[in-house]
Design a protein. Sequence first.
Length: 323
Amino acid sequence: MTEALCIKNLNVTYRVSQGTRHVLRDVSLTLKKGQIRAIVGESGCGKSTLVNTIISRLPANGRIESGQILIDGQDMVSLKGDGLRRMRFEKLGVVFQDPFSALDPSYTVERQIIETVNIKRKTDRKTAVRMGMEMLTACGIREPQEIMKKYPHELSGGLQQRVMIAMALINEPEILIADEPTTALDVTVQKEILKLLRKLADERQLAVLFVTHSLDVAAMLADRIAVFYGGQVVEEGRIEDIFNFPLHPYTQALLKTIPSIEYGKNERKLMPIEGELFSFLDENEGCCFAPRCPYARETCFRVSPVIKENMGHSYACLLEEVL
């Protein structure tokens, strides 16, 4: 599979009243065509900052300090103005967490689809409507002609999200970024959306970056998982590696928070992750997970771990060195 997205040693900072804070630290990952990669981590770990950096929507106090974001070999970090906008609209499609907030409540689905088509290409209304109906059908909507005439508030949450996916894909991007697209949906609709994303990735050789706080949701969809904590990738590997052989203490702790019907009520106790979530306001040396890690030693608070890799499974931990 060919690489659609390659992020190399990405570092991002925010300027706040307390000074400059390092929110993404040497983030590196690749995404291949036809592959779904999940980014998993608790709220506040840097997932949304990564998404906003990729789509060039960092807030005014955000800054890329170093690193590369390569799409088809071209570095988005170095692009400006029209070149950046063209790359973003032609290569990237984005689906956000809350479709109702992302859709314009005063416009019909048809009008919003026509405007989306015209971002990339100027075409007549008839052609844009035809493209919209075809894409809505591809996204599992049975009566696209009826849906096109409706306003967002007239649709269920699941239909709204399918419309958002159709709008994200209508200009044929190579990469789809899905930022917690199923969080606001019930379990049944969530599974339908995950199944749709898998189908689209396979049929269209679409590269999907799927952001979620839930390991079990990631396991339903992704080929590989990158576990985020404190603005860093602390572990990365195939689904089976992450679930069967977790190497980082944070990943191990996350897995213990997942309920399972395979275990009896008294056979498996869910374990919360003790301690306070990492704060970017605290510029500490050493491992970002050390304050919450049950295995932490004095060295962990002083020395930042280097990523170790074996057979495509990588993690950042001093555990072997300090024990």
